[in-house]
Design a protein around this ligand. Structure first.
Ligand code: 1HN
Length: 347
């Protein structure tokens, strides 16, 4: 690959004839197709919630959730403007739903996750079951499930949406359908899925039809308690602090087939060791403040901020206070394809 491709008049003339046959020479592009390490247009980036919140609220005075279908400001990676991507394979956005509003029912083949950033008491309904959302909750809308959102509370709610849109586009497998009414009919009481499938029990004979977890709200109160308890045993990982994976209780696999989700606790004053992995990762700060070095950038983060770490980019965390970081990436896809790699420490 390091051999120099000759540049002769004969070759130039040869290249000109190829497009008519829908042909192209590999040797001119090989080194950019197959790189020794991941090379991406995805850049480290940070969305300071203090700065973007006024714009999100302003969107609420300009368009209703119903008019917009989903009132979202997309978090566009600065290396890929106009492409609706936060990483090469993932989409993210901040969605606002105001008191009294409804975001009408629809379904799509893309899987969606929500991480609640601000507010309390709005709901998402998935295939006939509502869940009431609180800050720090991780909520799933599995592929091809009917879902609508509503806010019966008295305050605005904002959440981070994560979808596998670029991945599904690459696979050319996008389907979308609107439900004829705003709301999909409710068929189960609030809390049904969490009680049934998220209590360390599974109903006898239960067989789950899809690869996504049947639990679709992982409340922050429970997640936080789990990590608080682990803290007592003081088992800090030098790179991750205390980091737990959200799981599908039926299979033990990730909660979603295309997106890994994690919550990590970093103690005050912790200085993590250098880490990198092939899954570009989106972080949302659930609690605390601090900074992280991402490649050659320093990102100073606070509660409710979002930041993104590109594939194979070195990261170190320096929490100033005890901090909880939620994160998501395409790691399950890479693992299933045998592609996922990580590296601890520096080169
Ligand atoms: C969607 O359905 C939601 O249901 C959010 O809240 C963001 C972005 C693109 C396509 C569908 C939602 C979306 C989306």
């Amino acid at each position: 690959m390091s051999q120099l491709v000759p540049d002769t008049p004969e070759l130039s003339e040869f290249y000109k004839r190829l497009p008519d046959y829908s042909l192209a020479p590999l040797w001119t592009v090989l080194s950019s197709l197959i790189t020794p390490v991941p090379v991406s247009r995805c850049q480290p980036a940070h969305w300071d919630y203090k700065k973007v919140r006024p714009l999100i609220l302003e969107s609420g005075s300009l368009i209703t959730a119903k008019q917009a279908e989903r009132r979202v400001l997309i978090l566009e990676n600065p290396g890929m403007p106009g492409e609706s991507k936060i990483t090469d394979s993932l989409y993210a956005g901040l969605q606002l739903i105001l008191p009294g509003e409804v975001a009408p029912a629809h379904r799509h083949s893309q899987s969606a996750l929500r991480f609640i950033v601000e507010g309390s008491g709005a709901y998402t309904a998935v295939d006939g079951e509502k869940t009431i959302m609180e800050e720090g909750d991780f909520v799933i809308t599995p592929s091809w499930t009917w879902h609508d959102h509503g806010n019966d509370s008295t305050e605005p709610m904002v959440w981070l949406d994560g979808l596998d849109i670029p991945l599904v586009s690459m696979l050319d497998a996008s389907f979308f359908e609107k439900y004829p009414d705003d709301l999909f009919p409710q068929s189960r009481p609030v809390g049904d899925a969490l009680a049934r499938y998220g209590s360390g029990l599974l109903p006898v004979g239960y067989e789950h039809a899809r690869p996504t977890s049947p639990v679709f709200n992982y409340p922050f109160a429970k997640t936080r308690k789990a990590l608080e308890q682990m803290k007592l045993a003081d088992e800090w990982d030098p790179c991750h602090g205390l980091k737990s994976r959200f799981v599908n209780p039926v299979t033990g696999d990730y909660a979603m087939p295309t997106m890994a989700t994690h919550m990590q606790l970093l103690p005050k004053g912790f200085e993590s060791e250098t880490y990198r992995s092939t899954d570009a990762t989106v972080f949302s700060v659930a609690e605390g403040s601090g900074k992280s070095t991402v490649g050659d950038q320093i990102i100073e983060w606070q509660r409710r901020d979002t930041f993104v770490v590109p594939s194979w980019t070195e990261i170190r965390h320096f929490p100033a206070t005890e901090s909880y970081l939620f994160s998501f990436s395409n790691r399950p896809v890479q693992e299933k394809l045998g592609l996922w790699r990580e590296k601890r420490g520096e080169d």
